[in-house]
Ligand binder design. Structure first.
Ligand code: GLU
Length: 141
């Protein structure tokens, strides 16, 4: 079963999030990842254990005080780096992590593909962020 940790505060976000993800390891998972707001929105993710993500993060510039992390238990799409959460929107301005299943993801994905959306993973989750971006926004001033 998957897990989510998020942090906003004075400490280094990746340190708090990695610690939190380790506490959730007992639930079981196949891949893990974090998104940090540090200049831009940056995603780091890996198949395997939290310790493998931790090694991958070593030496990277991670200075951030806002972030979120996920341990994934795959339901749609094999366990690999691409299918690990978080997932970006096309502009890389939004990122999403999700626990559970989007039952009607297949029909939503077909609609989004017809509208020209491009998918980078096989997950049901990625449909959700494309769906959010696709919602028309009306601004009245
Ligand atoms: N259904 C999503 C996936 O396969 C989330 C699975 C989970 O809850 O970790 O990526």
């Amino acid at each position: 079963m998957c897990g989510i940790v998020a942090y906003v505060g004075p400490r280094q976000a990746h340190e708090v999030i990695i610690k939190g993800l380790k506490r959730l390891e007992y639930r079981g998972y196949d891949s893990t990842g974090i998104a940090l707001l540090n200049g831009g929105l940056n995603i780091y993710k890996k198949k395997g254990k939290v310790s493998e993500l931790e090694s991958f993060l070593k030496g990277q510039t991670l200075d951030s005080h806002i972030g979120m992390g996920h341990t994934r238990w795959a339901t749609h799409g094999e366990p690999n780096d691409e299918n690990a959460h978080p997932h970006y929107s096309a502009t890389k301005k939004l990122a999403i992590i999700h626990n559970g299943i989007i039952e009607n993801y297949s029909s939503l994905k077909q609609d989004l593909l017809r509208k020209g959306h491009t998918f980078l993973s096989e997950t049901d989750t990625e449909v959700f962020i494309h769906f959010i971006v696709d919602i028309p926004v009306n601004v009245t001033t």
